[in-house]
Design a protein around this ligand. Structure first.
Ligand code: GLU
Length: 357
């Protein structure tokens, strides 16, 4: 099999440490298997995506040295295709038009009253438009009534997949709502867009944070409706804040941004080495690896199931970031051949105006 993996960040902020680790694992997996590493910018959330974020993400990836093997895909360019596929599912009776007025529908951030109610009743299939005849549905649409398109999830059964990290994952259909594929304004929603693009890009392995597990079950349903074989999924443990809470840009600020480390003079090689140990180990004492060694050793079955912790103390300048990252960087600096170190020293001196060419 020619493996094809992708890193698919949403450009709603800078390259976060968790995303950088996802990119690294994808990159190592691609190199280890002789496959391709692709990059897809998921810029479909128009309200939150910015070109500034895209630039910052690309800069972070460039610093880390993860160049994509094919042209970057911008997800918003594929919206017409996503719409076409939603309509195909509608025509095949695998999806239906939901004419619920927008405020109630909750196909954006607002939780739909209808979904909420159904959740409480443990019945996710009580949408009054679910079983409208084709004629009735066509007539309403023909009369100009706005509608969203929802996937018709069967009442009985379960989605299941063998995760490369966490093993067998199953979820009863009854726990998943009839998910919205297309909003009434024609905007394709996240799960549809991801599945369509992963199929189009012939992705063989989806390696991403385990915060996407719920989405994965929804995506498996879309693959099933499309009659397509899902890729192999490998979910990664989370990287938590020191208090074991969520590590976030909003709460923790610059310490989670890749460009912070670049600008603080970290060596990219050292930072990659630090990152790889947040959720993976080769099962030996050794911690310092050349990149070639990592490529040789990396495998999905050595990814940890337990979440990793990124340790730092925002109130103590000596521990502004994880001690291990600082130690790792120092090790690299100490052991680097002088000739390799020289350009970095020059750059530092130049930025301090202590060197002129
Ligand atoms: N765009 C999603 C994110 O940034 C990732 C989607 C995926 O990897 O499937 O969390």
């Amino acid at each position: 099999m020619n493996t094809r993996v992708r890193f698919a960040p949403s450009p709603t902020g800078y390259l976060h440490i968790g995303s950088a680790r996802t990119a690294l694992f994808n990159y190592l997996f691609a190199r280890h298997t002789g496959g391709k590493f692709l990059l897809r910018i998921e810029d479909t959330d128009l309200a939150r995506s910015t070109s500034e974020s895209t630039r910052s993400i690309l800069e972070g990836l460039q610093w880390l040295g993860f160049a994509p093997d094919e042209e970057i895909v911008y997800q918003s360019n594929n919206a017409p295709k996503h719409r076409e596929i939603a309509l195909k599912l509608l025509n095949e009776g695998k999806a239906y038009r939901d004419f619920t007025p927008k405020a109630e529908r909750g196909d954006g951030d607002v939780k739909a009253a209808i979904v909420e109610r159904a959740r409480e009743q443990k019945d996710m299939r009580d949408n009054p438009f679910r079983d409208l005849s084709k004629e009735e549905s066509d007539a309403k649409a023909g009369a100009g009534e706005p509608f969203a398109i929802r996937l018709k999830v069967a009442a009985n059964g379960k989605t299941s997949f063998e995760d490369a990290v966490y093993g067998l994952n199953e979820r009863d259909y009854s726990e998943t709502e009839d998910l919205v594929l297309l909003r009434s304004d024609g905007h394709p929603l996240y799960n549809l867009a991801v599945v369509c693009d992963d199929i189009e890009m012939q992705i063989t392995h989806v390696i991403r944070g385990q915060d996407h597990l719920t989405n994965t079950h929804k995506q498996v349903l879309i693959y099933e409706a499309l009659g397509e074989q899902p890729p192999i999924f490998g979910h990664l443990p989370l990287i938590l804040a020191p208090n074991k809470g969520k590590l976030s840009k909003r709460k923790h600020g610059e310490v989670v941004s890749m460009t912070t480390y670049r600008d603080a003079g970290f060596l990219a090689a050292a930072f990659r080495n630090f990152l790889v140990l947040l959720g993976w180990s080769a099962g030996e004492e050794k911690e310092i690896y050349t990149f070639d060694e990592l490529i040789k050793k990396f495998s999905l079955d050595h990814i940890h199931k337990n979440n990793a912790v990124f340790n730092f103390d925002a109130n103590d300048p000596r521990h502004w970031t994880d001690d291990k990252a600082i130690w790792m960087n120092a090790e690299y600096v100490r052991t680097m051949p002088i000739a390799d170190l020289l350009p970095f020293v020059k750059a530092e001196l130049k930025s301090a105006k202590l060197w002129r060419d």
